[in-house]
Design a protein around this ligand. Structure first.
Ligand SMILES: C[S@@+](CC[C@H](N)C(=O)[O-])C[C@H]1O[C@@H](n2cnc3c(N)ncnc32)[C@H](O)[C@@H]1O
Length: 103
């Protein structure tokens, strides 16, 4: 049996990337004009209670129509993404329940 014991510094670097750098990159890359239009056109049509699988940093949240959406359930495995999504959820007028899990 092969047992791999990564150096602590390597683990720390991976954690830093997953928790900080990747969420930050997602926010930068996924907010251009085309993406904003796509989000408005698709997410804006959602109604009632929504389950968003892979909610990421919550970039879709401002695009849900609060007149038609009563709440969002956000599924996301990555803690660093969830952290940003929670901050965004505090700024929308409907309830967002998060579940840290993979679908
Ligand atoms: C490309 S991002 C999209 C995030 C968000 N929906 C958006 O439009 O900005 C995909 C997200 O799905 C998450 N993800 C990956 N595998 C998943 C799984 N098995 N179940 C739930 N979420 C997953 C990733 O961590 C990532 O945050």
């Amino acid at each position: 049996m092969l047992v791999i014991c990564p150096d602590f510094r390597e683990l720390h670097a991976v954690g830093l990337f997953v928790d900080r750098i990747f969420p930050c990159c997602c926010d930068k890359v996924m907010t251009d004009k085309l993406m904003q239009r796509e989000r408005r056109d698709s997410v804006g049509r959602a109604t009632s209670r929504v389950v968003e699988i892979g909610i990421g940093t919550g970039l879709n949240l401002p695009f849900y129509d609060s007149e038609n959406v009563t709440g969002v359930i956000g599924i996301e495995p990555a803690p660093g993404m969830l952290c940003r999504a929670r901050r965004r959820a505090a700024e929308v007028p409907f309830t967002v329940d998060f579940h840290q899990a993979g679908a």
